[in-house]
Design a binder for this molecule. Structure first.
Ligand SMILES: [Zn+2]
Length: 53
């Protein structure tokens, strides 16, 4: 069982996108890539169950 990274760490997706596309994840508040204008960002950890479901 792996330990999730601390939410104080920005999501990897936030590190590879322009700063103006970074926002707080709606799930855990960590910095994450915002997908499209006005869309709520989700970090990869929070995105997993969304994509699975
Ligand atoms: Zn999150």
């Amino acid at each position: 069982m792996t330990t999730p990274p601390p939410i104080t760490e920005p999501d990897p997706s936030a590190l590879v996108c322009p700063g103006d596309k970074v926002g707080s994840c709606t799930g855990c508040q960590r910095k994450a890539h915002r997908y499209g204008t006005g869309r709520s960002p989700l970090c990869q950890s929070c995105m997993e169950p969304v994509k699975a479901g």
